[in-house]
Ligand binder design. Structure first.
Ligand SMILES: Cc1cc2nc3c(=O)[nH]c(=O)nc-3n(C[C@H](O)[C@H](O)[C@H](O)COP(=O)(O)OP(=O)(O)OC[C@H]3O[C@@H](n4cnc5c(N)ncnc54)[C@H](O)[C@@H]3O)c2cc1C
Length: 462
């Protein structure tokens, strides 16, 4: 019996290609089923209550979220994102977690109920990989246990942060302490008292001849004197409570030297490790958002109350084709994400670099288009709070920038492609040489040599 035959043949499993079904362990199948039931039965119906509680008190974890987090933790569903090679991991591969993340993506807050939300996910992975035992006990364990939240502080307003070699926030050592001075954008808004630790990247050795060794990372408790939340940043009008995004000033902030992660000048090593899986977690969740938006499109297309020109919206050929395009696109996006997750599982994050870039570029762009079409089906209401579509669209849009702009990924992919051009040129030159040989052997047509030259005119003669 093929391993896929043991996978239940109902939602969500039937959406997975056979090669993915074959790779799901019995443990993963059980967890995916639990997450599916969690999101369907506990979370989606609870959305309006969550919204109302957040509207009342945005910067406190709402009581409903708190209760869901406690139950999620008891059910063993916390931190599912942490890949199975970490001793602290609950045991899923990136591929298996991709199935869970898609389900969690059906709502903006669902991931948070299972401690699977950014930036804590990236921070937990960073701490699991690079922190020493004492740092892990002090920061990693409480964040993994959901007893505190964390923030990641890299981006700065006065430089192009997509090239972090330019970061200017200064870190310098004085005795047994590091002193930090600078201004940072994003990271969690520090209004929420549960956010207790920041992972900060700053410039510690500005004169090092190697620009990749000038920066370091520190663990900064949020209650350290000199850490000031200057203002809250909204993202296209959304504030994203209960964590949000903030502008933070660091003014003579002193932390003990033991809060240094891994070693001075090693921030890039750490940042690389942080961003692999974290970059595609967003993409995994976005596939879930697309599915939900698509379901809403199906509802509107068959809503008997809405009959322009006497027909259901879904009876217009143009709309039937739109639905088909969306279906095909969402399935293709899921395949991209699965493929990348599996590459990371089998060959490591470094080998997954191209797949990560592919997801980071393709998924949010395509998702924004799909969600936009779904909004269109809903007419004016599609742009209002009567649907979650505007918020979903905003999420897809912001992922084009968060964790690094897609342009930077395009730059990397394009640069690697250009590097492959000489080998391509050489191969095409070989076609020409072989064609010349064939022309000599089978010179059936007058002027065949000239025709051969014409056909490979585009290949430079080396
Ligand atoms: C919702 C949200 C959450 C975020 N969360 C965090 C967080 O938790 N912590 C944190 O530190 N930061 C966070 N960020 C910030 C984010 O990581 C940065 O905005 C991003 O890395 C880009 O840096 P920048 O804004 O300085 O833009 P820049 O580096 O100035 O880039 C701006 C533009 O320049 C162009 N560009 C840059 N590089 C290239 C290139 N190689 N080729 C071609 N064009 C290029 C692109 O058009 C790019 O969009 C968040 C951002 C958002 C929107």
């Amino acid at each position: 019996m093929s391993p896929a035959a043991t996978v239940p043949q109902h939602a969500p499993f039937t959406q997975y290609p056979i090669w993915v079904q074959e790779k799901l362990s019995p443990k993963a199948i059980s967890i995916i089923q639990q997450v599916h039931s969690w999101v369907e039965n506990e979370f989606i119906p609870a959305e309006p209550v969550m919204r109302a509680q957040l509207a009342k008190d945005p910067w406190q974890t709402p009581p409903l979220m708190r209760s869901l987090r406690e139950r999620g933790k008891k059910a063993g569903l916390f931190n599912l994102f942490l890949p199975s090679h970490f001793p602290e991991s609950p045991g899923l591969t990136n591929l298996e977690y991709a199935c869970c993340a898609e389900l969690l993506g059906r709502n903006y807050w669902a991931a948070q109920t299972l401690n699977c939300n950014a930036p804590d996910t990236g921070n937990i992975e960073l701490m699991a990989k690079y922190c020493n035992a004492a740092q892990k006990a002090k920061w990693l364990q409480p964040v993994m246990a959901g007893e505190m939240l964390s923030s990641y502080s890299m981006t700065e307003p006065d430089v192009a942060s997509s090239d972090p070699r330019t970061l200017q926030c200064r870190i310098h050592r004085e005795g047994n302490e590091y002193v930090i001075n600078g201004r940072k954008l994003f990271g969690a808004a520090l209004h929420n008292p549960e956010i207790r630790v920041i992972i900060l990247m700053g410039l510690s050795d500005p004169h090092n001849p190697d620009p990749w060794k000038r920066h370091s990372m520190l663990l900064v408790p949020t209650d350290t004197p000199g850490v000031k939340m200057k203002r809250h940043l909204s993202i296209m009008g959304y504030t994203h409570p209960p964590e949000g995004h903030g502008e933070v000033i660091y003014e003579n902030v002193r932390v003990p030297a033991e809060n240094l992660i891994l070693g001075e000048g090693r921030a890039f090593e750490i940042a690389q490790g942080r961003l692999g899986p974290g970059r595609i977690h967003h993409c995994m969740r976005i596939v879930g958002q697309c599915e939900r938006a698509y379901e809403m499109a199906l509802i509107r297309c068959t809503d008997a109350r809405k009959k322009p020109r006497g027909k259901l919206i879904g009876e217009f050929d143009s709309n039937i084709e739109r639905l088909a395009d969306m279906r095909i696109e969402i399935d293709a996006l899921r395949l991209l994400v699965f493929n990348t997750a599996h590459t990371m599982d089998t060959l490591g994050n470094k080998a997954g670099k191209y797949g990560i870039a592919q997801c980071k570029i393709k998924v949010p762009l395509a998702a924004a288009r799909i969600i936009d079409e779904c909004m269109q089906f809903y007419g004016g209401q599609g742009l209002t709070q009567h649907t979650p579509l505007p918020e979903m669209w905003t999420y897809a849009r912001y992922v084009r920038v968060a964790d690094g702009p897609d342009s930077a990924h395009r730059h990397q992919v394009g640069r690697d492609e250009i590097r492959s051009a000489p080998a391509v040129q050489a191969r095409h030159a070989r076609y020409r040489a072989r064609a010349k040989e064939l022309a000599k052997l089978f010179s059936l047509v007058d002027g065949i040599e000239e025709k051969v030259e014409d056909a490979w005119e585009y290949v430079p003669k080396l």
